[in-house]
Design a protein around this ligand. Sequence first.
Ligand SMILES: [Zn+2]
Length: 89
Amino acid sequence: MELNNLITQQWQVIMNNDYHFDRQFWYGVTTTKIFCKPSCPPRPPIYNNIVIFTAPEQASAADFRPCKRYRPFNQIVNNQIWVNEIEQV
Ligand SMILES: [Zn+2]
């Protein structure tokens, strides 16, 4: 599987935790194998350790784990899934 290269604009978005770009791309840190959305506060350590995903499923397929704290999957679940989760509680 070929991963997308980080581009300068995406790096800026990550460093600024710009939530406007949430759902447009996700980034993974190759050293920790964790991925998150651009607005996640922890700063990625090194430019060269970042890979970009166009969907969280793509990150999972590449053996990256979702960030526990900011849960990159949660923002893309649709309303029906939310309803199901609420009903199960
Ligand atoms: Zn995160």
